[in-house]
Design a protein around this ligand. Structure first.
Ligand code: BG6
Length: 471
């Protein structure tokens, strides 16, 4: 791997911080999210008031990242700490101070900060009052927030990510985009409006950051899971192709080409959806494409897509495919307890596909696997996680060394345990175990798992030594 390869990890701060009303922070959409458990998982509650208390343990957590040898660390500046209500006239200085201290400390430890600007953290007030990214006015609150954050961190943050998993906004709209489906609107109509609005928001963020700090590097980000056709029947291939375009490529296509692609315009036309995309907005989107530095994505798994028997109307069929909840499985791969299939070659495939499609540097900013783990005598033997990472790192090395992909770095998900997007503590992703469970906060002490030492060795060898270790 190249010498300056950015090995490290990533975290979403709302999922780890807690301290949820401290120092002027307002409630955000993750705090107020009503949890819908994943299929097969019983309803459960986990509070965001404490989460894994990263708000108070951040120095200790960064020390652990430094011990692992991180070159880069991606985290999110929680929007509702900076603008507690979202439409505030002024930024909350205590929030800016908090993250600036964190950035300074990372620099002191030789770790490059990679900062995400929206990661499930938009002020809840913006959802209730404006319906989030379904409302164009909201885009200005976001752009103003980005500008203020970029201004304070100018010269300190080199790598920015405008919007975490922007492509998931139309699907998990409350958490990802602070919006509910407006009454009387179909999901497809919402898909069109949301895709346009989030594309404008991303473009405005690129513009703001580059204006404030021309030296900064800005990336767009998607949550990526390639859809393979379930069979080689042409209807499944057409379904998978459609799903990949709408789900995986659309935001990158807009970000890189600076305009709405023909397949998207056709989708809107077939449904008679009229949307507003002013000339000024079109210009911002066009110009932002020239300024974008890299493409970031998360990768956990691949998916499969099949067509639907018995739906003959092409619009109805596309809608069924777009919002398919059948959760079909690929017979070739195993999975974790949450049904996430393990497909390391899918990562290589994604890298090849994205790089040859867009010819921009790529950045893997999330990759990892969750298990329900127990602490035994202060230890967690997570050999299954090591195996997952070994396979995925080997795969990305092939993509770089054989397939010629320009990859900037690899950020594992995640340095420490935190609450899942569904607020589950038992779905653990960390290299470091945090001692708490569902019902009891215990002592919140940090314990490095076996994977902690394994990843440390992998980083020290620049990805060459992936062998097992003694623990
Ligand atoms: C990504 C998000 O979608 O997946 C993270 O950016 C999230 O915030 C991660 O935690 C894993 O998903 P989950 O649902 O297991 O937390």
């Amino acid at each position: 791997m190249k010498k300056d390869f950015l090995w490290g990890g990533a975290l979403s701060n709302v999922q780890a911080e807690g301290g949820y009303l401290e120092d002027g922070k307002g409630l955000n959409v993750y705090d107020t999210l009503v949890v819908t458990p994943e299929p097969g998982i019983a309803p459960m509650f986990c509070d965001t008031a404490v989460a894994t208390d990263h708000y108070h343990h951040w120095k200790e957590d960064i020390d652990l990242m430094a011990e692992m040898g991180f070159k880069a660390y991606r985290f999110s500046i929680v929007w509702s700490r900076i603008h507690p209500m979202g439409d505030d006239a002024e930024a909350n200085q205590a929030g800016l101070d908090y993250y600036e201290a964190m950035i300074d400390y990372l620099k002191e430890k030789g770790i490059e900060p990679v900062v995400s600007l929206v990661h499930f953290d938009m002020p809840d007030n913006l959802l209730r009052k404006y319906n989030g990214f379904m409302n164009k006015q909201f885009i200005d609150f976001y752009a103003r927030h980005v500008e203020r954050v970029a201004t304070r961190m100018k010269g300190k943050v080199k790598y920015w990510i405008t919007y975490n998993e922007i492509n998931l906004a139309p699907y998990q709209s409350d958490l990802v985009a602070g919006a509910y489906l407006p009454e009387g609107m179909t999901r497809s109509e919402m898909f069109v409006h949301m895709s346009v609005n989030t594309a404008i928001a991303h473009a405005k963020a690129v513009e703001a950051i580059k204006r404030v700090d021309p030296e900064a590097k800005v990336g767009g980000m998607v949550g990526h899971a390639p859809f393979y056709p379930l069979t080689c029947k042409s209807e499944d291939i057409i379904a998978a192709d459609f799903k990949n375009k709408m789900h995986n490529y659309l935001p990158y296509d807009i970000m890189c080409h600076g305009q709405l692609p023909a397949y998207f315009l056709n989708f809107a036309k077939n449904r008679n959806v009229e949307f507003v995309f002013t000339e000024e907005e079109q210009n911002v989107v066009r110009e932002s494409a020239q300024k974008l530095d890299y493409l970031a994505f998360s990768y956990y798994r691949s998916n499969v897509q099949a067509s639907f028997d018995g739906i003959n109307d092409p619009v109805a069929l596309e809608d069924a495919v777009l919002f398919d909840s059948r959760n079909m499985k690929n017979p070739n791969y195993g999975m974790n307890e949450w049904g996430w299939q393990i497909d390391e070659e899918g990562l290589r495939y994604s890298l090849i596909d994205f790089y040859h499609r867009y010819e921009k540097p790529l950045f893997i900013v999330e990759n990892g696997i969750a298990f329900d783990e127990k602490l035994v005598d202060g230890k967690v033997y997570d050999d299954n996680r090591i195996d997952y990472y070994r396979r995925h790192i080997s795969s990305l090395k092939t993509a770089c060394e054989h397939d010629g992909v320009d990859l900037m770095g690899y950020l594992a998900w995640s340095p420490i345990d935190f609450l899942s997007s569904h607020k589950e503590i038992r779905k653990r992703y960390g290299f470091v175990y945090v001692n708490r469970d569902f019902h009891d906060l215990l002592d919140l002490k940090r314990y490095p798992k076996k994977s902690f030492y394994w990843y440390k060795k992998a980083i020290a060898s620049n990805g060459e030594d992936l062998d097992d270790i003694e623990y």
